[in-house]
Design a protein around this ligand. Sequence first.
Ligand code: GRF
Length: 191
Amino acid sequence: MRFAVLASGNGSNFEAIVKAWEAGEIPGELAMVFANHHEAFVLQRANKHQIPAFSFTVKEQGGKEAYEAALLELLQEQAIDFVILAGYLRILSKDIIEAFPKRILNIHPSLLPSFPGLHGIQEAFDYGVKITGVTVHYVDCGLDTGPIVAQEAVLVEKADTLASLEAKIHQVEHQLYPKVIAECLKKESNS
Ligand code: GRF
């Protein structure tokens, strides 16, 4: 099973995934990383771990439709079976979603269906929730929708600031995502 990681920025989740994969905790082949910005730090992380890294932008491809087609082509050329979104800040096209039925995972920093979108941690914090957390889900055509695979709660304590809550959530993400990816890939290769 060959899997790809799609990311847009820092790539701390990619780092947790690649380390778990190098330690033999995730089966299959971490075959490639794709970023939709050439300067995304995740690309440097991929190079450091000698994982093939690709990037192109919507603008370079001449628009959204051509970009999505080029991304699907890249995933197919690389014979990818499973796609992991890790801070990929775009919604995938219907064509890509349909090419990987129940084979695309995303991680979101809130307890979905609460606080979908780009600012899940901040919105939960501002709302004053006492419990938030992390969700791993299969991707469908919506924004942070799709069947939930795993969730882990994070308590918001009195002393928490937005920064301390972010740190707690990322710590949980880095434990949870590699574990869930390993389980899903094992299930897929046995099916
Ligand atoms: C994570 O909080 C993830 O839940 C969200 O985007 C963030 C990516 O962080 N989808 P990083 O790039 O993995 O550090």
